[in-house]
Each structure stands twice: as C-alpha cells, then as structure tokens.
Design a binder for this molecule. Structure first.
Ligand SMILES: O=C(O)CCC(=O)C(=O)O
Length: 268
C-alpha cells in the first residue's frame, strides 16, 4: 500500500480478514513527536550505561550483539560504525509517555478484535530505531517462533501494534507483509540460517506481499503468524517505531519466561 491509498485501507473487518490492520494517522503530530522525544531520551539514558556492547553482552548465533541494561535488551546494528542501536526491548517500563499507550483505547479497541478477547495483557514492547543509512534489513520471518521458544503454544495469541514515529516509505525500510499468511500457521524455517528463526522464502509463497507505507502517527497491527520483512534504511532520515505486543490478560510477560531453543524442533 502506498501513501496514496491510506484514506481507504478498507473496513476493520476487511483488514482483519487479510490479517493486518493499518490505522492511518491514529496519533496526532504533537503526540507522535512526544513519543519520538521519549524514545530518544530512553536511548540516551540506556546507552550512557551500555557503551557499545561492553556490559552483560550476549552474542546471538548470527553475530548480533545483545546487551542487558536497566531491564531492557540493547540490540546493536551488526555493521554500523560508529555503533548504532537497532532496538531496545522491552522498553515501555523506561518512560511513562511510552507506557501510556498500553491503555490507549484507540489502540486497545482494534487490538481486542484481533486477539478476540475482552481483556488484554502485555506480552512485550520494543523500540526499533532503523537509523538513517545504517538501519539494517530484517529478513522474512514470523514473530511466532521467537515467542514460541518462550511462551509455547500461547504465542499464537500474541499480536503487535506497531506505532510509526516517522514517515515510512519503501526506501526507509517499510514492512512488507504477505496478506493471509497467518492462516497457514508456522511456515518452513531456513535451516541454513544460524538462528533457525527466519522463514525459508524458497519454500514459502511471498509473491503477494504488500509494502506498507504510512505517515508518522499511523499504527499497523498484525498477529505473530503473519509473514513479514523489512528492508534496510537507505535514506537520510530515521524510521523509528514503537511495538506493543499484546496477549490475553493473565498470562506471563515475555521477560519472565526462559528461552527454550529446543522448542524450535516442534516447528516446521
Ligand atoms: O521494524 C522493523 O523493521 C521490523 C520489525 C519486525 O519485523 C519485528 O520486530 O518483528
């Protein structure tokens, strides 16, 4: 979808049928700017304590560096020099402006329709920075396998609201989504890739993928089984987003669940 088609992305029911919902300009310019300022302030505080991957570091099998600070995981961009942060997760506990979105009816009302329950709980949150020129690709994946390793089959009920803090274009790393792909369940994973979590695009039909371009303040909602990717940011402007992942109320949050890599053996 392009910026031109945003005024008519379809009714909520039509959008739910294809598996993702785009709510253009759900947040106004002032509140979107306030979220951007909160994101930068959190990042400054966290990186002040985490100077470029030197404290409590884990190296993921694909070589990406993850660092734990203040209850968040700092995920560094693999190639950026000077170092740049790719994401912080979970993150909303670090700032009240970010935290307030969990109870914002503009987000929770459509999210209840996606999850199919009246009472929502938190699963996790993430700030993706996708910085100008260095924000890297995120290959085809479903969120489900990441979460299945922690939450088991309950991961099926997790869905994400992605709040765009900047305009999103194909050139700055817009999400590409395969409509209806959530209906196929877990799709084959690429066994040659070191994390074992990404989709095998040679064995998965991604031909109908759409690129979701949208102005800042728009919110994109999708379930953990939808197949999606995002490209690198080749522009001179950041493409930041805040992701809130919801689940039915009463279940443990991701941060409290151990990671069981061996559970991947259950999945195709
Ligand atoms: O922000 C991005 O580019 C990718 C987001 C995404 O696919 C994810 O976090 O699962």
């Amino acid at each position: 979808m392009s910026l031109d088609s945003l005024d008519s992305p379809g009714s909520l029911d039509e959008q739910l049928a294809r598996g993702f919902v785009l709510l253009p300009r759900l947040l106004g310019p002032a509140e979107t700017a306030a979220l951007g300022e909160a994101a930068e302030s959190v990042l400054t505080r966290v990186t002040g304590k985490a100077p470029a991957g030197e404290a409590d570091v884990a190296v993921w099998p694909d070589g990406h560096r993850l660092e734990r600070v203040d209850g968040t995981t700092v995920h560094w961009e693999p190639e950026a020099r000077p170092p740049a942060v790719r994401s912080l997760s979970p993150v909303t506990h670090l700032d009240p402006v970010l935290d307030a979105l969990w109870t914002d009816e503009r987000i929770t009302a459509p999210m209840r329709r996606i999850i199919g329950g009246e009472r929502l709980g938190r699963f996790t949150s993430k700030l993706n920075f996708k910085r100008a020129g260095v924000g890297s690709e995120f290959r085809w994946h479903q969120d489900y396998p990441y979460w299945y390793c922690c939450a088991g089959p309950d991961a099926r009920d997790v869905a994400t609201a992605m709040v765009f803090l900047d305009d999103v274009t194909a050139d700055n790393g817009a999400l590409m989504i395969v409509p209806g792909s959530h209906r196929a369940g877990p799709v084959p994973r690429d066994r040659a890739e070191p994390t074992g979590l990404l989709v095998d695009a040679a064995r998965t039909d991604v031909r109908g993928a759409v690129t979701v371009e949208a102005p800042a303040g728009s919110v994109l909602m999708f379930p953990g089984l939808i197949v999606h990717r995002s490209g690198p940011n080749r522009t001179a402007h950041d493409r930041r987003s805040l992701l809130l992942c919801f689940q039915p109320a009463g279940r443990p949050e991701l941060a409290g669940l151990p990671y069981h890599a061996e559970r991947l053996a259950d999945l195709p």
